[in-house]
Design a protein. Structure first.
Length: 575
C-alpha cells in the first residue's frame, strides 16, 4: 500500500476488487487511511493525498519525520505526547491538529489510529489509522467561542466576560488590599445619530467610540461593551484620584476631536459613572449597578461629565451587616456547620417519594439551625455563593455514595453556571460512577438561565452529557418561558410556586398552570408543582397532569430524614 508516484494518480489501491472499493470509498469521503511501519519508518497511504496535502506531495510524506514536519509547531508536541501514551499504554489514539499544505496554508485534521504489535515480545510494529479534514468544524467552533466571549460589533469583551474580569479584579483587590475601579461610559444622544444618519452610521459611531476609549487606557485595563450605547472599563490598581483622572481623560478625548465615520466627522460626547473597588463592593453585579446609577446621575446632571458612585449611610450599614454574615458563613464552612435539609418530591398519583431536593442549612455557633433564606441571598450579593454551591454538591455526592437507594437534586446559582471549578468537581465526582450521576439532578432557576442564555445552554449540555438530569426551577417567572422550554434541553421543569400557592381559589393561575403543563407534556418533559400547601391544591395539580408534587403538605425539609442515621442530623458539636 504505497502512495502513487504519479501526480495524475494520487493515492493508493485504485485497482480492481477490494482495493478499488477502498480507494473509491476513501476518495468519496475525503478521508485518508494510512499504515505507518514503525520499524522501517515508512508510511503507506490509501486515498487521495492531494485533498489534504496538495499536489506534488506524495513523496514528501512517506515517513514519520517528513510527516511531523507538516504538523503545525504549536500542535506537534501534544500530538507526539498522545501518540507516545498510546504506544506505551494502549490508550485510544485520537488527536486533532493542523497540517501544512504544499501552498503554505493549514488545515485541521482528526487523526484516529491503533498500534499493532508484532513479535513474541509484543513490540509496536505498525500504526494503522485515518485522517479526516475537520477545518470547517474547527472554524465554526472558533466562531462560536468568539461570540461567547466578544461583542460582535466592536470586538471588545461582551458583558458576561467583562463581568467575570471585574469579579476577578474585585477578588484580587480585596485579597491584596489594593484599590481599583470600574467605569460605565455611555455615548450621549446616540439615538439622534441613529435617527438622523441611520443605524449603520450609529454602529460606526459605536465602533469608533470604543476604539477611542481603548486608546486612552493602560494595557492592564480591560474594556467591554455592556449595552447598545455603553461600555464598561475595569481599572486595575487605581485609587479614587486615578479613577477620576481616567474618566476626565476619556471625556476630554471626545471633546477635542470628532469621530470619523463614513457619513463624515461626528462630534459626540460621553457621560461616565464610576465606582471604586473593593471598598464595600463585593461582587461585579454590585459594581456594575453602582456605576450605572452614577452614569444616570451624570446624564441627569447635563451629560458630558463624570459622577462617582457613593453609598448612603444606610447602604453602608446594610453592607457592613452583610459582610459580617458572610464571615459567619465562611467560618461555618470551615467548621463543617453547613448541612443539607432534604425535602421529598413525590409522584403525583401514588404519593411515593421519587427523590429529595437538598436545601442548605447552617448551624450557628450556638447550635441553632438557620434556614437558607437567612444567609443565601447575602452570600449571593457578596459573590460567595459559589462556595456554598460547591459544598452542597460535595455533601449530596457523599449521600449518594453512602445511600444507593436515594436520588437527590442540588441547586446552583447563576454564578456557579460560569464557574469552571464547580464543573470540574462534578466531573470528578461522577466520572467513576454512572449510577451516582443518574441519581443526581442539578436545578437552575429560570431567572439564572435568562442572565446569559448561551452560557446556560452550554452548562446544561455538559451536565447532561455527564449523565445527570437538569431541572429548570421557578419556571413561569421569566417573560419568555415557553421559548425557553423549547430551547433548553432540560429533563424537568418546576412550576414557579407563585402560580401554585392557593391555586384552588385562583382561576388565572389554574389557566396558566394548565397551559404550562400541556406544553411540557408536548415537549416530553417531566413537571414538578412545588409549594403544595393543601390537599386540595395537590388534587388539582394531579388532575391537571403534574408528574410530581413538592411542598410542606407532602413533607417539610428535614436535616435528619428516615434514611439517614439519627446522628447525621444533629449539630456538629453534639455528634
Amino acid at each position: 500500500m504505497a502512495a502513487s508516484n504519479a501526480e495524475s494518480d494520487p493515492g493508493i489501491g485504485r485497482g480492481e476488487g477490494g482495493a478499488g472499493v477502498l480507494w473509491a470509498a476513501l476518495s468519496a469521503s475525503g478521508d485518508l487511511a494510512y499504515i505507518w511501519n514503525l520499524i522501517e519508518d515508512r508510511i503507506d497511504w490509501a486515498g487521495n493525498l492531494v485533498d489534504i496535502f496538495g499536489p506534488g506531495t506524495e513523496r514528501s510524506v512517506a515517513d514519520g519525520e517528513a510527516f511531523n514536519e507538516r504538523i503545525n509547531a504549536e500542535d506537534l508536541a501534544r500530538r507526539l505526547k498522545i501518540l507516545n501514551e498510546h504506544i506505551s499504554t494502549g490508550a485510544p489514539y485520537d488527536c486533532e491538529y493542523r497540517i501544512r499544505r504544499e501552498d503554505g496554508s493549514f488545515i485541521w485534521v482528526h487523526d484516529r489510529g491503533r498500534v499493532e504489535a508484532d513479535g513474541p515480545e509484543g513490540e509496536p510494529a505498525r500504526l494503522a489509522g485515518t485522517l479526516r479534514v475537520i477545518t470547517r468544524r474547527k472554524q465554526a467552533e472558533s466562531l462560536l467561542e468568539h461570540r461567547a466571549n466578544y461583542d460582535e460589533l466592536t470586538g471588545h469583551l461582551n458583558k458576561t466576560r467583562l463581568r467575570e474580569a471585574l469579579q476577578n479584579a474585585i477578588s484580587y483587590n480585596h485579597r491584596y488590599r489594593v484599590s481599583g475601579g470600574y467605569l460605565a461610559v455611555g455615548i450621549d444622544k446616540l439615538s439622534m445619530i441613529n435617527d438622523g444618519y441611520g443605524h449603520e452610521t450609529a454602529d460606526a459611531a459605536i465602533i469608533a467610540a470604543g476604539q477611542r476609549i481603548e486608546r486612552g487606557l493602560r494595557v492592564t485595563d480591560i474594556i467591554g461593551r455592556i449595552g447598545g450605547d455603553r461600555f464598561g472599563i475595569v481599572l486595575a490598581q487605581c485609587d479614587a484620584d486615578g479613577l477620576a483622572r481616567t474618566a476626565q481623560k476619556i471625556l476630554e478625548s471626545f471633546r477635542t476631536a470628532p469621530l470619523e465615520t463614513a457619513a463624515g466627522p461626528l462630534r459626540m460626547t460621553v457621560s461616565i459613572g464610576g465606582v471604586a473597588i473593593p471598598g464595600f463592593i463585593r461582587t461585579a453585579q454590585d459594581a456594575m449597578t453602582g456605576a450605572e446609577s452614577a452614569l444616570q446621575d451624570a446624564k441627569t446632571a447635563g451629560r458630558n461629565c463624570f459622577v462617582p458612585y457613593e453609598m448612603s449611610a444606610e447602604q453602608r450599614e446594610r453592607q457592613r451587616r452583610n459582610i459580617e454574615t458572610g464571615e459567619d458563613v465562611l467560618r461555618a464552612l470551615d467548621e463543617g456547620r453547613i448541612v443539607l435539609a432534604y425535602q421529598p418530591v413525590v409522584c403525583a398519583r401514588t404519593r411515593e417519594t421519587r427523590y429529595y431536593e437538598t436545601l442548605l442549612r447552617m448551624y450557628d455557633e450556638a447550635g441553632s439551625l438557620r434556614s437558607a433564606g437567612e444567609f443565601v441571598p447575602i452570600l449571593e450579593k457578596l459573590g460567595l455563593i459559589r462556595l456554598l454551591d460547591l459544598r452542597a454538591l460535595e455533601l449530596a455526592a457523599a449521600d449518594l455514595r453512602r445511600y444507593p437507594e436515594i436520588a437527590l437534586a442540588v441547586n446552583v446559582s447563576s454564578m456557579t453556571v460560569i464557574d469552571p471549578s464547580w464543573m470540574r468537581t462534578l466531573m470528578g465526582l461522577v466520572k467513576s460512577s454512572r449510577s451516582l450521576a443518574e441519581r443526581l439532578t442539578i436545578e437552575i432557576t429560570e431567572t439564572a438561565a435568562l442572565e446569559d442564555f448561551d452560557v446556560t445552554a452550554r452548562f446544561i449540555s455538559t451536565v447532561r452529557d455527564l449523565g445527570c438530569k437538569v431541572a429548570l426551577d421557578d419556571f413561569g417567572s421569566g417573560y419568555t418561558s415557553f421559548r425557553h422550554m423549547k430551547s433548553l434541553t432540560v429533563d424537568v421543569v418546576k412550576i414557579d410556586g407563585a402560580f401554585v400557592t392557593d391555586i384552588a381559589h385562583n382561576q388565572d393561575n389554574q389557566l396558566f398552570v394548565r397551559t404550562l403543563l400541556g406544553l411540557a407534556e408536548g415537549f416530553g418533559l417531566k413537571t414538578v408543582a412545588e409549594c403544595i400547601e393543601s390537599e386540595e391544591d395537590a388534587r388539582i395539580l394531579t388532575r391537571e397532569g403534574a408528574d410530581f408534587l413538592q411542598g410542606w403538605h407532602l413533607g417539610r425539609p428535614d436535616v435528619a430524614p428516615a434514611w439517614r442515621s439519627e446522628t447525621n442530623g444533629s449539630p456538629p458539636g453534639e455528634r
